[in-house]
Design a binder for this molecule. Sequence first.
Ligand SMILES: [Zn+2]
Length: 404
Amino acid sequence: MIDPIQPLSTMTADDLSPEEQLRYARQMVLPEVGAEGQRKLRRASVLVIGAGGLGAPALLYLAAAGVGRLGIIDPDRVELSNLQRQVLYDATDCGGVKVEQARQHLLALNPNLRIDVYPEAFTLANAAGLIAAYDLVIEGSDRFATKYLVNDACVLAGNKPCIGASIRSFAGMLAVYAAPGGPCYRCLFPEMPDPATVPSCAQAGVLGTVPGLFGVLQAHEALKLILGVGEPLVGALLTVDLLTMRLQKLRLPRDPHCVICGDTPAIVALAETGWACAAQVADATDEASAEDAAISADGLPWLSVAASRRRPSLRWLDIRTRAEFDAGHVPGAEHAPLDQLDRFAERAASTTGEFLLYCQGGARTVRAYALLGQRLPGRLWLLRGGYDAWLRDRLATTAPNDGR
Ligand SMILES: [Zn+2]
């Protein structure tokens, strides 16, 4: 099956090197791959949007399989709380720029690849150019605004296939959107949900194996599309419930009335209107970027963890869920979940003193302030960065002295 090793001088650019033949031997032996398939993989390019729970495993498998050019776009840095599911990174990466750390790990795995990194958000400004530069797109963001922007950019790029996955707790779905003849993301979900009504992974919780599985499935669909084998999930939607292990493959035809891929589309160009707003709302509910959102949320009485230490009379109020509170909270903090703030306001109205509100990352305290600010004027402070920031502060202030 494997060609005898040829002297380098007689090899053409399209030949697989001895190293490639050895590295990819296990997949090249498949009749669906072979040397020609391996050359297709080497010539292919895939853009991975989001190097997180979905993107990290997807990237590992794409790189291992020898997809010649990978693009990675993600604005974040690696955080300790990422490592539970983003298996591309290790503890020494914490604080580093995610796409740079990803590139280093992927090149260590497979130095033959070209890996382009973009340490920025996927936005209206870069969407069309990025999508045009790659053969396929893997959408691994956790923001609805990004999902819609990616979808629209893929459709408007002349049907660039986008392998999308969404997960929630123990369940998820997978489909190839915007492929020629197939449906797009808007065929399934015409309108973007109000991001405030959908909990992020940070709020809802997730076991790392769930995005792990779906990220691997996204990479798998990409390999199938590149190789031209099997039945890619074009016109079909896979749903998996990993608590019950129920799998379903549903038919998902293109909607002829779809606003962007339908027969008479209303959206004919990527437009600023709607996206800027939507992206801001989505960002404000995204725990990972909550600290940035807090800084830009003008006029709110934010306190940093350091500043809170200078105000010992503040009463700390944890507005997260019971499960989050039970899993760990600031010692001495009272618990008043966001959906029961009315009752808290009644109690607090007959007392004096000031409160310091916190949630996990800071975003939910903005909503709490909207509910309470008028009723307890001048008595509320918000903890910038939330409980995550408090934990990070404790880690920073206690770790060097441990045991000494
Ligand atoms: Zn559509």
